[in-house]
Write a protein that binds this ligand. Structure first.
Ligand code: ATP
Ligand code: BTN
Length: 243
């Protein structure tokens, strides 16, 4: 299916631009930027990406069937990104709950979802995706281990091809999400789970919970085994690290 596409050279954040655009345009709509001056991660962190080397975009997805359409969405988007990575580069990516895509433990892509209310009388989710394609070590400033598909393969990644493949995967997975929900993709997600059965610490606000990461629930909750008891957690403020 065709959809409206905006491409900017430089912009603050494609997620923020998406919020502005949908005050007078009905989703779905896609916004790409070659460079962001205020690229965002979760909880006020920054997303850094050099001009015209990676992929930074936002896909605005209309929520047509109530807010449980959003359950597990960041995990489903992660699946689409990992599939596109495999298809274009052959690299096997893994998924870290809830929103990171890793190769050998290093971050290659991030996902930022923002739910926005309803200027045109419906909810939308702004699905922000950043994928490191051709970024090299000379790019400084990122304060955690990262990689790019160029680093992993030793070649140059065709950005237009990657964008097309990812948009196709994304539309296919969003379609499945809309019709059958995350539960229908849970087993597939678990096959790509980076930290299955690892000992982890989950940051929940000011509290830290230690346990074994035993899987994800039907709404995309993270499931920890804590002192012999299974606990499920869901929400945007949670953060996992290895014990
Ligand atoms: P969490 O598990 O809580 O999501 P996180 O450290 O991955 O932890 P995010 O908010 O998801 O945090 O991502 C933002 C972080 O990603 C930044 O603080 C920075 O460390 C890192 N980062 C920024 N730009 C890039 C990039 N292009 N590639 C990889 N990592 C990046
Ligand atoms: C994360 O790992 O915390 C999420 C990173 C998301 C980055 C993308 S790049 C396109 C979109 N615009 C933003 O400002 N952030 C997302």
């Amino acid at each position: 299916p065709s959809l409206p596409l905006y491409i900017y050279d430089s912009i603050g954040s494609t997620n923020d631009e998406a919020k502005r655009l949908i005050t007078n345009e009905k989703p779905p709509v896609v916004i790409f930027a070659e460079h962001q001056t205020q690229g965002k991660g979760r909880r006020g962190r920054e997303w850094l990406s050099p001009f015209a080397q990676n992929l930074c975009f936002s896909y605005v997805w209309p929520v047509t069937q109530g807010l449980n359409q959003v359950d597990g969405l960041s995990l489903v988007v992660g699946l689409a990104v990992a599939k596109a990575i495999k298809q274009v580069s052959g690299v096997e990516a893994k998924l870290k709950w809830p929103n990171d895509v890793l190769v050998d433990g290093r971050k290659v892509a991030g996902i930022l979802l923002e739910l926005v209310g309803a200027p045109l009388e419906q909810w939308s989710v702004i699905i922000g995706i950043g994928v490191n394609l051709n970024m090299h070590d000379s790019f400084g400033g990122i304060d955690q281990d990262w990689t790019s598909l160029a680093k992993e393969t030793g070649g140059v990644i065709d950005r237009e091809k990657f964008a097309l493949v990812l948009l196709e995967e994304l539309q296919a997975y969003l379609d499945k999400q809309q019709h059958y929900g995350f539960e229908s993709m849970r087993a597939e997600w678990l096959e790509m789970h980076a930290w299955q059965n690892k000992k982890v610490v989950l940051q929940v606000g000011n509290d830290a919970v230690s346990g074994e990461l035993v899987g994800v629930g039907e709404k995309g909750e993270v499931c920890l085994l804590v002192e012999g008891e299974e606990r499920k957690y869901l929400g945007g403020e949670l953060s996992l690290r290895l014990h």
